[in-house]
Design a protein around this ligand. Structure first.
Ligand SMILES: Cc1cc2nc3c(=O)[nH]c(=O)nc-3n(C[C@H](O)[C@H](O)[C@H](O)COP(=O)(O)OP(=O)(O)OC[C@H]3O[C@@H](n4cnc5c(N)ncnc54)[C@H](O)[C@@H]3O)c2cc1C
Length: 559
């Protein structure tokens, strides 16, 4: 973990650099030309310049040894600047991950030190033309090259698809099938038989280089097999999912807020029907406030998960999936709403929100699509439901009822309603064996994410009220504002879980006509409906905070 002061200095250096070198006009030109600004990426990764990569390299290899929380903070900041450039930097984080978790001490020393000292760029080569979400379908091969009965090297054959930094990296971590299963190898640029294609012409993140790779009898020495043992590739990839998904979650968060931070000031200047748009409730309460609530729910989950990873709780893959799912879906919705918030101007290149919207789209695709996240979340929490005989979410809910007794204003009572309803939906799904329908399984994933994020946000609001939030945590909103945001999100989550849960259970034949009234009552629908009272005044308050109209009551710290 790095000191708060160092982290703050890095964020400031990043902001200053972006202001000078990546103003809107430059970003627009590069986007139009579909060009990766290699010199900028190298500047950001060079140890004697910005040195962003130093943050995640352990101190023993010349880095700063940043933890998951530090990396989240930096990733959010990079995404606020440009998601294409951020992706280029991320590719080195990802590319070096198999090394960080699985390499031998000698390999770590060699490659991590080179990233820290020389600022070399990595690419992470997992995806193939026919192996995307399902990496098990991998077809690239790494055949042993033997000498005197010993494995001295490997010959790699195959191709990789959609590889970030594919055309510009100095080194590549490449997943290929050895006789003992999938394994990671390091391949350096210029290796004989290794080629990359022209960069892809993409919908968004056009400042990032994405290219296909091909390998024809590419020879690597045996010491390029990461960890020195074959067949560890998928385990090594799994070992960092929680962490890497948090980075992409932070991308969704940063890009979503970058869009809103353009829409909010715009709406104070745009006069329609005699007043600024920022004073029109039908505008703020549709296009701005709900997006703030969803983004902050994603943030709460990211921050909690990062703290837990840093505390040594393991890789937390499911939590990483929930954080990614919520923050990236929220980021996409916020960017989309920001186009609408700027009207015709939003639809043009000049105002940037359409670029942000195109860019942030990738966050719900790479590092696991949203549908794969839904499946991951649902499968894991389904096991918790079964193991506890349906009590898992009821138990969680009771914790929030206790929190509500201590902090009555953070929406913990409504988060509890969401969690109780979720437990009931899952139990009906169990009794009716409804997860045999894949759609039901995935929809449960979405409902789980909403209910858990509602809890997380109310817990963060309570910590903030007590002044006990991690000193590196985002402080954009004060305790009163965060509590109002938590209440708004909890209402949305509870209603969604109960209504959509009922829809899917009934839709799959899990509840008969005579059972319906009892199921509605078990879901707590009347209480959830009653909990919607006060929603508009909470939204008014959040809107006042966002627009600096609540300065006397509570405030927003300038972004
Ligand atoms: C710009 C860009 C950069 C990238 N960078 C990298 C990189 O650096 N390194 C790397 O290794 N990869 C990279 N990728 C690949 C990325 O991770 C994959 O595109 C992603 O995992 C999805 O795989 P796919 O494209 O093959 O889609 P598919 O897996 O074919 O999915 C297509 C659709 O089907 C859905 N789907 C898939 N499986 C199921 C299922 N079992 N049930 C229900 N629905 C399903 C998906 O959610 C999706 O909506 C990048 C991709 C892009 C576009």
């Amino acid at each position: 973990m790095i000191a708060k002061k160092t982290l703050k200095a890095s964020v400031k250096a990043l902001k200053d650099f972006a202001k000078k070198r990546l103003p809107d006009e430059t970003l627009q030109e590069l986007d139009a030309r579909d060009e990766c600004p290699l010199e900028i990426v190298r500047h950001m990764c060079s140890p004697d310049k910005l040195g962003i990569q130093l943050l995640f390299i352990p101190e023993e290899y010349g880095g700063f040894g940043g933890g998951a929380f530090d990396v989240y903070v930096i990733c959010e900041e990079m995404a606020r600047i440009d998601l294409g450039v951020a992706t280029s930097v991320l590719a080195t984080f990802l590319g070096s991950d198999p090394i960080t978790v699985g390499a031998t001490p000698e390999q770590k020393k060699l490659w991590l030190s080179r990233i820290a000292e020389e600022g070399i760029l990595f690419a992470y080569g997992a995806t193939e033309p026919d192996a995307g979400s399902d990496l098990g379908a991998l077809q690239s091969t790494a055949d042993r090259v033997m000498q005197d009965g010993k494995v001295v090297g490997y010959k790699i054959n195959g191709s990789k698809q959609w590889i970030s930094n594919g055309g510009i990296a100095d080194a590549y971590t490449v997943l290929a099938n050895t006789p003992s299963g999938p394994s990671w190898f390091v391949v350096e640029k210029g290796a004989s038989g290794f080629k990359h294609d022209e960069p892809e012409d993409k919908h968004g993140i056009r400042l990032s280089n994405t290219a296909a790779l091909s390998f024809t009898d590419v020879y690597v020495d045996a010491d390029r097999l990461i960890g020195g043992v074959e067949g560890q590739g998928l385990i090594q990839a799994q070992a960092v999912f929680g962490y890497t998904r948090l980075m992409v979650a932070a991308f969704g968060l940063g890009a979503g807020w970058a869009a809103l931070d353009r829409a909010i000031p715009y709406s104070t200047k745009r006069i329609q029907a005699g007043a600024p748009l920022s004073e029109k409730q039908g505008y703020t309460h549709k296009l701005i406030v709900p997006n703030v609530a969803r983004l902050e729910a994603g943030r709460a989950y990211i921050e909690e998960t990062a703290e837990r990873i840093d505390a040594g709780e393991g890789s937390l893959n499911t939590e990483g999936a929930i954080a990614k799912y919520m923050a990236t879906e929220a980021g996409n919705q916020a960017a989309e709403a920001s186009i609408q918030a700027l009207g015709g101007y939003g639809y043009t290149h000049e105002y940037m929100v359409e670029k942000i919207s195109r860019d942030v789209r990738i966050t719900i695709i790479y590092e696991g699509t949203s549908e794969i996240m839904e499946m991951t979340i649902s499968r894991d929490r389904w096991q918790s439901h079964l193991k506890t005989r349906g009590q898992h979410y009821h138990e969680q809910a009771r914790k929030f009822e206790t929190l509500h007794a201590q902090h009555p204003s953070v929406g913990a009572d409504v988060a509890a309603l969401a969690l109780h309803a979720l437990a009931e939906v899952m139990e009906k799904a169990r009794v009716g064996r409804l997860t045999r329908y894949q759609h039901i399984l995935l929809r449960l994933g979405e409902l789980i994410a909403y209910a858990e994020c509602a809890g997380s946000l109310s817990r963060r609001a309570a910590l903030m009220a007590e002044g006990r939030l991690n000193e590196k945590a985002n402080q954009r909103f004060d305790a009163a504002a965060l509590a109002a945001i938590a209440r708004v999100f909890a209402r949305e989550a509870a209603l969604k879980v109960a209504q959509e849960g009922l829809k899917w259970v009934a839709g799959a034949g899990g509840v008969s006509g005579t059972e319906m009234a009892a199921f509605e009552a078990a879901l707590g629908l009347p209480a959830i409906h009653r909990a919607q009272a006060g929603l508009i005044s909470d939204m008014d308050y959040i809107s006042d905070v966002l627009y600096g109209r609540a300065a006397k009551r509570a405030g927003v710290v300038a972004a």
